[in-house]
Design a protein around this ligand. Structure first.
Ligand code: FAD
Length: 419
């Protein structure tokens, strides 16, 4: 069926991770009955709260969630980052000198909030349902593009005719591969071990990043949890980068030995610590698609780019894609244009290429600079950190960058404006 015959546009989104869900909601909020949004992901049949990973959501992305009407509910579960401390040392060093500190506020709001993926996913899913997004707990098996529409084949056997297919199916995107879009990729030989840690003392909203030779070790504050007996549990999330060859041995070691290894990195400043969730490891790599668009196809989030978590920006980059794509599609449809047309999709390619390339280069460079123990390199980087610490203007620049608030020409949703 041709797009024009369908009466109104249908956009199929393959992948209900945080990027896909946010785009579904943004499109439905902006275009309401003017568009059919169909979200397909086999994971939709699972309980979203099962995902206990946590993310730092930058201020710009927070503004988008505010504009989409979900932030009030998210904020009840989110912990603002109030300040940040950066150290650089070897694992055996008896003390970890602080080289750089940042205040967490920018323009009167926290530069980032920590929230668990499960909580955010559940709230977005609920909002998508209320807004009228069709949720299908099935995968997309393949697609065939035609001049005016694309046929999207689902794993259950159904074929959907769509104006545009959005591949939000993660870094190992099957749709990107099927479209023949190249993927520039290199592994880091590092894995990120993530877990939630409970601790005796209050973190006071402080995030800590220890640069260690095997990679960065981040302690990120989570909202206190009130237990059924009324007691309050202080919690933080860790992202522990480790050489990949050491990870299986670490994760299979006796729980007390693993906790002892954790204590060496976490330190004692928050009192006694324990694992709240089972540690999970994610191999770290760099990847960027040679094109973010194909014929009636667009790549979103990790399907388009994969970066090192050293700056906690991977999902934020994907949410920037969401804001840009939602705006381009909405503006095009309001002008009566075909949202899957090549000229509309090229606007997205142009809008995102420079930002994604820059973030990829910066995170790759930071990881190379900090994940080693060469004395001359360490001396130079510590000198650099110390200098930045004494330059308030430069510190403001970095924190605005991390908050996603440095540039004026960002999509409207990232400024908190409705589409
Ligand atoms: C250790 C670590 C820490 C991180 N910390 C942060 C942080 O603090 N802040 C931050 O911004 N980012 C962080 N990131 C990055 C972040 O995890 C990712 O960028 C983000 O989860 C990507 O979201 P996504 O929706 O694009 O893809 P995904 O979350 O990978 O979702 C893809 C979805 O597609 C579905 N799918 C797959 N194939 C198909 C198919 N054929 N059909 C339909 N559906 C399909 C999957 O089931 C999945 O639900 C971190 C990453 C790591 C590894």
């Amino acid at each position: 069926m041709a797009a024009a015959d369908m009466g109104r546009s249908r956009i199929v989104i393959a992948g209900g991770g945080l990027a896909g869900l946010s785009l579904s909601l943004a499109l439905k909020r902006a275009l309401a009955d003017g568009v059919d949004v169909i979200m397909c992901d086999p994971a939709l049949s699972r309980d979203p709260h099962g995902d206990r990973r946590s993310y730092a959501i930058a201020a710009a992305a927070r503004r988008m969630f505010q504009a989409l009407g979900v932030w009030d509910a998210v904020s009840e579960k989110a912990q603002p980052i109030l300040d940040m401390v950066i150290t650089d040392s070897s694992l055996q060093d008896p003390i970890r000198p602080t080289y750089l500190t940042f205040e967490g506020a920018v323009d009167g709001e926290a530069f980032a909030h920590m929230v668990t993926a499960g909580d955010l996913t559940a709230l977005l899913l609920e909002a998508c349902r209320e807004a009228g997004v069709t949720l299908k707990p099935e995968g997309v098996k393949g697609f065939t593009s035609h001049a005016a529409h694309t046929d999207v084949e689902l794993t259950g056997g159904e074929t959907l005719s769509a104006t545009l297919l959005v591949a939000a199916d993660g870094a190992r995107s099957r749709l990107r591969e099927q479209a023949g879009i190249g993927w520039i990729y290199w592994p880091y030989n590092q894995s990120g071990i993530v877990a939630t840690i409970s601790h005796e003392r209050d973190h006071e909203g402080r995030a800590v990043e220890h640069f260690l030779p095997a990679g960065p070790f981040a302690i990120l504050p989570l909202k206190d949890e009130t237990r059924p007996d009324g007691s309050v549990q202080h919690r933080s999330s860790i992202v522990w980068s480790e050489r990949s060859e050491n990870v299986p041995v670490l994760l299979e070691s006796h729980p007390e030995d693993l906790l002892a290894e954790l204590e060496k990195r976490f330190g004692l400043q928050l009192g006694r610590i324990a694992f709240e969730t089972k540690p999970q490891a994610f191999p770290l790599a760099f990847g960027v698609a040679r094109s973010f668009v194909g014929e009636r196809l667009v790549l979103l989030g990790d399907a388009a780019h994969l970066i090192h978590p050293i700056a906690g920006q991977g999902l934020n980059l994907g949410l920037h894609d969401v804001a840009a794509l939602a705006e381009i599609i909405t503006d095009a449809m309001r002008l009566g244009q075909d949202p899957g047309g090549a000229d509309v999709l090229m606007q997205y390619e142009r809008a995102r290429r420079a930002d994604i390339t820059a973030m990829g280069i910066v995170t790759d460079g930071l990881n190379r600079l900090f994940s080693n123990d060469l004395l001359p390199v360490r001396l130079i980087r510590d000198l650099g950190l110390g200098l930045v610490d004494r330059m308030p203007g430069l510190k403001r620049f970095f924190i605005r960058e991390a908050a996603g608030l440095r540039r004026e020409d960002v999509p409207r949703l990232l400024k908190g404006e409705a589409l």
